[in-house]
Structures are given as structure tokens and as C-alpha cells.
Design a protein around this ligand. Structure first.
Ligand code: AMP
Length: 185
């Protein structure tokens, strides 16, 4: 099963992806986690993207697409995966769809976690993960970047016919139950 978990920063993508991963036994691939690991390990990629992550802006499409392509070639993703944080721009979505087509694979769903802006800021500032980009100024930039560059991905997937809206308000369990309903259908 191949799933994209989509939504603005703070919508709960990472939390929900981990729950799906555990219950359905599908590995999660989070581009944000990959970048943070690269920065922590001071790899060439980490050095290249550190300032970008710190600023709250997006890593260039070519870099992200190459990273995801390479990662997905790992046999552990052969039977499926949950994408968290990718695709985040329309060019990334197009590159990903191209890959699926080439491999003869289909996306089970594009699940869009929908949460109002005011709630997002509140959630991020209270989650206390110690992320350098979880300050009010950086969150503001990330929400702006989301609205300008990432939100158009929604329309792209609406046209593909796999878009499913998930109400992202409520408890973690309530939101997960809504996701399960879609995945089990
Ligand atoms: P996240 O953990 O998904 O919130 O991602 C943290 C940061 O990593 C983002 O603010 C971006 O700087 C970078 N990033 C993660 N995924 C992508 C992506 N698909 N495209 C561009 N930048 C990304």
C-alpha cells in the first residue's frame, strides 16, 4: 500500500504515519526526518540543507527528488510506504507520479490532514520537540511557505482522483480512526 500523508506543518503527519506504520506494517519515509538526520550526522547533504531547514524554507526540488528516489529504491519499500512531508511542491508531485508510472505502481490514497491555521501554530509551539524551526517566527515562515508552495499540491492530487480529506481536529486516536476508515475501505 502506497500512501501520501499530506498536511501543513503541525497537522500531525509524523504522529499518524507512525501509527499506520505500526499497525499496517508499512514503512514511513519522512523527508524532514532524513534531512534532520543528515544535519545531525554532518553529512555533505546535511551541510547543504542546514541553513534552509533553520530558515523554514524548502530544500530545492532536485535535491529532495533525488533523495526520495534513492531511498525508495531500497527493497524495504518494495511493497509499500507512507510518505510524510513529500511531495511538498507540484514539481515534486509530478516527479513522484512519473516514478510510479515508470514502475507500474498505484497510489492507494493521498490523505490530507486538514487543520485550521490558528490550531497549527498552537500545536507546534506546544510540542516541545526542540526543533530549531519550531519558534514562532520560523513557524510563521513555514506556514507561509506551505500556503504558497505546498497547498497547490492538493489541487494536483484532487485532479488525480486519490485525494481524501481527513478532519485533523480532535485527539490523536480520533484522527487515526478516520484514517483507518479510509485505508480499510
Ligand atoms: P518537516 O519535518 O516535514 O516539517 O520538514 C522540515 C523541513 O525540512 C522543512 O521545513 C523543509 O526545510 C525541509 N523539507 C522536508 N521535506 C521537504 C520537501 N519535500 N521539500 C522541500 N523541503 C523539505
Amino acid at each position: 500500500m502506497r500512501i501520501i500523508l499530506f498536511g501543513p506543518p503541525g497537522a500531525g503527519k509524523g504522529t499518524q504515519a507512525k501509527l499506520i506504520e505500526k499497525e499496517y506494517n508499512i514503512p514511513q519515509l519522512s523527508t524532514g526526518d532524513m534531512f534532520r538526520a543528515a544535519i545531525k550526522n554532518q553529512t555533505p547533504l546535511g551541510k547543504k540543507v542546514k541553513d534552509i531547514l533553520d530558515s523554514g524554507k524548502l530544500v530545492p526540488d532536485a535535491t529532495v527528488v533525488e533523495l526520495v528516489e534513492e531511498a525508495l529504491d531500497d527493497p524495504r519499500f518494495e511493497d509499500g510506504y507512507i510518505l510524510d512531508g513529500f511531495p511538498r511542491t507540484v514539481p515534486q508531485a509530478k516527479a513522484f507520479e512519473e516514478r510510479l508510472k515508470k514502475k507500474g505502481r498505484k497510489l492507494k490514497g493521498f490523505l490530507s490532514l486538514e487543520v485550521p491555521d490558528e490550531e497549527l501554530m498552537k500545536r507546534i509551539l506546544s510540542r516541545g520537540e526542540g526543533r530549531a524551526d519550531d519558534t514562532p517566527e520560523k513557524v510563521k515562515v513555514r506556514l507561509e511557505v506551505y500556503n504558497e508552495e505546498t497547498a497547490p499540491v492538493l489541487n494536483y492530487y484532487k485532479q488525480q482522483g486519490v485525494y481524501r480529506a481527513i478532519d485533523g481536529m480532535g485527539s490523536i486516536d480520533e484522527i487515526y480512526a478516520r484514517i483507518k476508515e479510509v485505508l480499510d475501505a
